[in-house]
Write a protein that binds this ligand. Structure first.
Ligand SMILES: O=C(O)Cc1cc(O)ccc1O
Ligand SMILES: [Fe+2]
Length: 454
């Protein structure tokens, strides 16, 4: 069946709603149009599209990927994307590194913790404000990830960006972001996260007042984030699909000088064009950005005794091809009740084959009484021992074990199967805590060869 092509309407206006609208669901096959009749029905590629739009497919998986992982969307836009990427010139974003990156620095191996990155001294936008802390794997073979921090104080306005090397999971810590993507607008505040798919053009601006907008990014070079299987937990709890929100179509009809910057295999390129590339009036498909409110995560935990593995708090997992061995997991530590009896309730001491990059969005983390502050970061790399600080151990070993609600807390972890290589930036960052290891001082021997509780 062919779609009827209506006569051309009067000039379309820029559709940038003040309050973005969203569609619920994870990985759904969505359809949305910001002008009536802009989305063809019954076919993808009409001979002529309504409103004079161009039809374009954006693939997130090989054409022949199995149905469960096959991702693509059809975009109906003012100009095709080939008009948004003219001749490229080289560009430089020196602090955004891509794997493999074995930066030259002299910091020896160790457990590491940082206070927040300082606010920028000059004006910089979101892309210019990205600093890489760690890289893992290899962006060119689409394996591994990078952990970044961002700080910025300027909107992108006429600057646009896309990352061919992976999807970007953005975790704001201070300040609300407006993320205007090709496929619609997402407003994302601290305690929410969003994901911008690989290859998708976008720009970021600031909402609200403030001096600095700050947060964390996981750049996932591998297979896309998906929801973890729940196993015996069943069909509910953890991150529920309906709480993921994909924006409705929105476009910018702007004929001014714009720049499109691209990261492609770790290098940056820029092109100048005379219009906004965010010109998608309608789209349908399952390759799309989304946001998620971490407060809607329904934690499941120990309701009698012992401390389970933190995998129970996995919001999303990016599989590596080997079962149960994530390229990267995004895990949170949300407010929750602690009820376990005769149990040391904080995380146990451990060594892990996976590598753990952590950040704190808000409040206090239960394994650390002091020193892990909101906006801060820690890195417990492959096989390096870690666990509660001495103060936390003392407290948790002696406290009366009543049901207690852990309030005011939201830490997260980017946990990857690969070792995370530290960048020079991270190794030399002024907020690196020289005394981090001292937090375990005082965990002295209690053993004296005689039985009994010490
Ligand atoms: O190291 C950390 O703080 C993260 C973590 C938390 C937990 O409850 C169990 C294991 C683990 O790595
Ligand atoms: Fe850990």
């Amino acid at each position: 069946m062919l779609t009827k092509v209506d006569k051309k309407p009067v000039a379309a206006k820029t559709a940038t709603p003040n309050t973005p609208q969203y569609m619920p669901g994870f990985g759904n096959d969505f359809e949305t149009e910001s002008l009536p009749g802009a989305l063809p029905q019954g076919q993808n590629s009409p001979q002529k599209c309504n409103y004079g739009l161009y039809a374009e497919q954006l693939s997130g998986s090989p054409f022949t990927a199995p149905r469960g992982t096959n991702e693509r969307s059809w975009l109906y836009r003012i100009r095709p994307s080939v008009r948004h990427t003219r001749r490229f010139s080289n560009a430089k974003y020196a602090e955004w590194k891509s794997a493999p990156c074995l930066d030259d620095h002299s910091l020896p191996l160790g457990q590491l913790r940082w206070d927040p990155v300082p606010a920028p001294k000059k004006k910089q936008n979101f892309i210019a404000g990205i600093r890489t802390m760690t890289t893992a794997g290899d962006a060119q073979t689409q394996v591994g990830m990078a952990a970044h921090v961002y700080t910025f104080n300027q909107d992108m306005d006429d600057d646009y960006f896309f990352n061919a090397d992976g999807e970007l999971l953005i975790v704001p810590q201070v300040g609300t972001l407006r993320v205007f993507t090709e496929m619609g607008i997402m407003d994302v505040e601290p305690l929410e996260i969003c994901v911008v798919p690989r290859g998708m053009m976008f720009k970021v601006s600031r909402l609200g007042e403030g001096d600095v907008w700050r947060g964390y990014i996981c750049e996932n070079y591998g297979a896309k984030f998906t929801l973890p299987d729940r196993g015996p937990i069943g069909a509910n709890c953890l991150a529920n699909p309906r709480d993921f929100k994909t924006p409705v179509a929105a476009y910018e009809d702007k004929e001014t000088k714009c720049r499109v910057t691209v990261k492609w295999c770790g290098k940056f390129y820029v092109t100048e064009i005379g219009h906004s590339p965010l010109d998608v009036v309608a789209w349908h498909g399952n390759y799309a950005p989304y946001k998620y409110d971490l407060r809607t995560f329904s934690p499941v935990g120990a309701i009698l005794f012992d401390h389970p593995d933190p995998s129970i708090f996995t919001v999303m997992t990016a599989p590596s091809g080997e079962e149960g061995t994530a390229n990267v997991d995004f895990v949170i530590f949300p407010p929750r009740w602690m009820v376990a009896e005769h149990t040391f309730r904080p995380p146990w001491y451990h060594r892990n084959i996976m590598s753990e990059f952590m950040g704190l969005i808000h409040g206090q983390y239960d394994a650390k009484e002091k020193g892990f502050v909101p906006g801060g970061m820690s890195l417990h790399n492959m096989m390096l021992p870690h666990g509660p600080d001495a103060m936390g151990f003392e407290k948790a070993s002696n406290v009366e074990l009543k049901p207690v609600k852990l309030e005011s807390t939201m830490a997260f972890m980017f946990e990857t199967r690969f070792p995370q290589q530290l960048t020079k930036f991270a190794a030399e960052l002024e907020t690196l805590q020289d005394d981090y290891l001292d937090c375990w001082d005082g965990l002295d021997r209690k053993f004296d060869g005689t039985p009994g509780i010490k």
